[in-house]
Write a protein that binds this ligand. Structure first.
Ligand SMILES: [Fe+2]
Length: 294
């Protein structure tokens, strides 16, 4: 299974020509890709406004690939949670199970997929008027119970907007999840295989194992932004491509795909190579050994 993992698109009703071009480059690359699933890890729109949401919904409708959306802090600006519910799915019932979870794989647009080979749960971490994130006791319990009941012998994926662990260039980390320790415990207790996050506008990969609690390793991936003007440490627009072997229930590889307007496997930087790239200017990158990926 191939997953495209993106976030922080910050779509607006009226975008300048450059951003507009980036959005359509991204859409065209996904159309040409051989991916099975698109995960959009929040900050879909710029500032939660109704017209921004209509524009975002119109853009994503161009893609026939299966899609998962979860909200980010920007999506809730200006009361945008109401618009999110209207355009994507009702946030209050986001994790309601399908009527017959044993045979019904998914219910509408909700961030809950109970596939034969994998289970994906997307949680809502933003709250109105805050840049920080939170899972909260109720959502934590619901998520744990879903993994426990329907995730047996499946590859387990958790999606959320706010990053789970600090990443380089993260600065003072004032926007991390307030009750992050509860999620750390949950990923150990539930043997979660893969966590997909956004918010930092910088691709990164970590592996986490409590080592004491259990020896299971969870891969944690953060994505860059395909459209924003100011991607951080890695200064090119990008998104992640993730290959999961459904038979062995293991991550085969993860890549950073730089946005160029064409879908090309030669442009995918393996994550274990990508993490060697230091924060640097575009100019310095173009003179580095990694420049051939562009
Ligand atoms: Fe964010």
């Amino acid at each position: 299974m191939r997953i495209i993992h993106t976030g922080d698109l910050n779509i607006k009703e009226k975008m300048d020509q450059q951003t507009n071009e980036k959005v359509f480059k991204f859409i065209n690359e996904i159309k040409d890709s051989d991916a099975d699933l698109l995960v959009v890890a929040g900050d879909i729109v710029e500032s939660g406004l109704e017209d921004d949401y209509y524009k975002a919904a119109e853009i994503f409708e161009m893609l026939s690939i299966e899609k998962v959306f979860i909200p980010g802090n920007r999506d809730f600006y200006n009361g945008g949670n109401v618009c999110f519910s209207a355009c994507f799915y009702d946030l209050e019932s986001a994790l309601d199970l399908p009527e017959d979870p044993m045979t019904q794989r998914r219910n509408g647009n909700r961030p809950l997929i109970i596939d034969k080979e994998y289970i994906l749960v997307g949680i809502c971490t933003p709250r109105r008027d805050l840049s920080t994130g939170v899972i909260g006791h109720g959502q934590k319990r619901l998520t744990e119970n879903t993994f426990k009941e329907y995730g047996i012998n499946k590859y387990k994926i958790l999606v959320m907007h706010h990053h789970l662990l600090p990443i380089p260039i993260g600065g003072l980390e004032e926007n991390i999840i307030n009750d992050v320790g509860d999620i750390i415990r949950m990923i150990s207790d539930s043997y979660i295989d893969l966590v997909l996050t956004g918010h930092q506008h910088h691709p990164w990969a970590s592996e986490y194992s409590s080592g004491v609690h259990n020896k299971h390793y969870t891969t944690i991936l953060t994505c860059g932004s395909p459209t924003m003007d100011d991607p951080r440490g890695f200064r090119f627009n990008s998104y992640n491509v993730i290959d999961v072997d459904e038979n062995s229930k293991k991550l085969n590889n993860a890549y950073v795909k730089v946005l160029t307007g064409s879908w090309s496997k030669e442009q995918m930087i393996p994550m274990n190579e990508f993490v060697k790239i230091p924060p640097q200017t575009k100019k310095d990158f173009m003179q580095s050994e990694f420049a051939h990926y562009l």
